[in-house]
Structures are given as structure tokens and as C-alpha cells.
Design a binder for this molecule. Structure first.
Ligand SMILES: Cc1cc2nc3c(=O)[nH]c(=O)nc-3n(C[C@H](O)[C@H](O)[C@H](O)COP(=O)(O)OP(=O)(O)OC[C@H]3O[C@@H](n4cnc5c(N)ncnc54)[C@H](O)[C@@H]3O)c2cc1C
Length: 216
């Protein structure tokens, strides 16, 4: 279909799926990426670590709304009735896979987390506000957030965070994001890939071997 002299509405309603995909591919190849900004995705991301959320919010072309540590009591699950119930330690913190291999480390980690949780509750019981008591919470503390990103930024963030050099937790978030985008658009999900797939080589100092390093 020629789009010359067509109204925006006509282009939108008449452009066939395969023509639209062809156009998107051509724009992508040419580096004309502004049209990708018109599609945006909103994700509800639950129970990631504060360490992971800190990496996520470094992506500046996005909107974030994160669970407050000032207005919610850490370690308490709000029930429908409005009362609070104590929850299991595994439901409050991320347990990195590297810890799981060592039972002695896991035991020490659990003890450390329990100690921290008791201190947190002690602080609250003495009238310390939650906004101050949270200072003793570790990086592994669970958090939840809503993130909205336009597709251009999603491609950029994915190119960095799907790289094997990215930290495992944020990489797993972006692997999940790719799956969720696939559910909506298998076509668009193909654009979410590590940067080596885009540039054709690895520009990291240490390569995972997926693509060859570029000869300098
Ligand atoms: C493997 C890995 C290791 C990392 N290690 C560290 C670390 O040790 N320490 C650390 O501090 N950070 C680290 N980071 C975070 C990294 O430095 C970036 O802050 C993060 O990846 C966000 O990427 P970005 O700045 O390209 O893009 P975004 O913030 O997602 O922005 C997208 C793009 O918009 C443009 N843009 C946005 N804002 C501006 C601006 N103000 N001026 C000009 N252009 C702009 C740029 O082209 C940018 O690439 C790491 C990231 C990765 C992937």
C-alpha cells in the first residue's frame, strides 16, 4: 500500500500486518528508532531485590512506582481484614543461587536475615519510624514496582540487561519481560536481545563467547 497522501487514520486502518512489520524492520535497520517510542509497555514486577530494583531505575527513559518502605511495614503481609501477619523469611528476601550451593552459607544467611528482621521489629516497637528502621534492611530485601517503558528504551535496556555480563537477577527480569512481550507480540519480542546480536560482535572486556570479540 502506498501511504502517500493518506490520512493518519487511513494509514492506521489500511496498513496490513505484514506491511507494518516490514516497515518496522526497515526503520529498525536504518536506525530510525523514534517510531518505536509510540508503543509502551507497563510491567508489574514483584519480589525482586532492592539491589535489582536499583539497577532497573538507572534506566532513565522510563516511569517507575515502587512500593514504599515508609508507608508499609516490612515483613508484614496485609490481609484482607486489614490485620498484619508475619511471613516466612524466604518470602521477604532474595536468595541468590550461588548461596544455595552451600548449606552452611544458607544457614548463616538465614540467621543474619532473622537477626535483622528482629532488630527492625524492635526498632518499630520502640517508636522508630519505618522510614528510619528500613536503614538496617539489606540489598536482598524484596521490593515490588510498576515500570512503564517505551519500546525504544525497552530495546536499549534489553540490549544491556540480556547480555550474559549483566547481573543474573536483572537479566532474569529482562528474560521474563521478553516472554511477556512475546505473549502480546511475538514479532516485537524479537527486537529484545543482547547487544551482541545487534552489533554482531562482543564489545565487553570479558566475553561469554556467544559472539566473537571484535579485532581492534
Ligand atoms: C553490565 C553492567 C554493569 C554496570 N555497572 C555499573 C557500575 O559499576 N556502576 C554504575 O554506576 N553503573 C553501572 N551500570 C549502569 C550503567 O552505567 C547505566 O547507568 C545503565 O545501564 C543505564 O543505561 P544507559 O545510561 O545507557 O541508558 P538509559 O538511562 O536507559 O538511557 C537510554 C539512553 O538515553 C540516552 N540518555 C539518557 N539520559 C541521558 C543524558 N542525561 N545525557 C545524554 N544521553 C542520555 C543515552 O543514549 C542512553 O543510552 C552497569 C550496567 C550494566 C549493563
Amino acid at each position: 500500500m502506498s501511504i502517500t497522501n493518506k490520512s493518519i487514520f487511513d494509514v492506521y486502518s489500511e496498513l496490513k500486518e505484514d506491511e507494518a512489520q516490514d516497515l518496522v524492520k526497515r526503520l529498525y535497520k536504518m536506525g530510525h528508532h523514534t517510531p518505536f517510542e509510540h508503543a509502551s509497555f507497563t510491567f508489574g514486577i514483584e519480589n525482586i531485590s532492592r539491589s535489582c530494583s536499583h539497577q532497573l531505575v538507572r534506566h532513565r527513559i522510563a516511569s517507575f512506582t515502587q512500593k514504599s518502605q515508609r508507608y508499609t511495614r516490612f515483613g508484614a503481609k496485609a490481609l484482607a481484614s486489614g490485620s498484619d501477619k508475619r511471613v516466612e523469611i524466604e518470602d521477604l528476601y532474595v536468595f541468590p543461587p550461588s548461596f544455595q550451593k552451600h548449606s552452611s552459607i544458607l544457614t548463616k544467611y538465614r540467621d543474619y536475615l532473622e537477626l535483622g528482621r528482629r532488630l527492625y521489629e524492635d526498632l518499630l516497637s520502640k517508636g522508630v519510624p519505618a522510614e528510619d528502621a528500613r536503614y538496617i534492611l539489606p540489598n536482598s530485601t524484596h521490593t515490588s514496582l510498576v515500570m512503564t517503558m517505551n519500546f525504544r528504551e525497552l530495546m536499549h535496556a534489553s540490549s544491556l540487561r540480556l547480555c550474559q555480563r549483566a547481573q543474573w537477577e536483572i537479566r532474569s527480569v529482562f528474560e521474563e519481560i521478553k516472554k511477556r512481550v512475546f505473549e502480546v507480540s511475538p514479532f516485537l519480542s524479537e527486537f529484545l536481545c543482547p547487544k551482541c546480536e545487534i552489533i554482531g560482535y562482543c564489545n565487553e572486556e570479558k566475553s561469554c563467547g556467544r559472539k566473537p570479540k571484535k579485532e581492534s
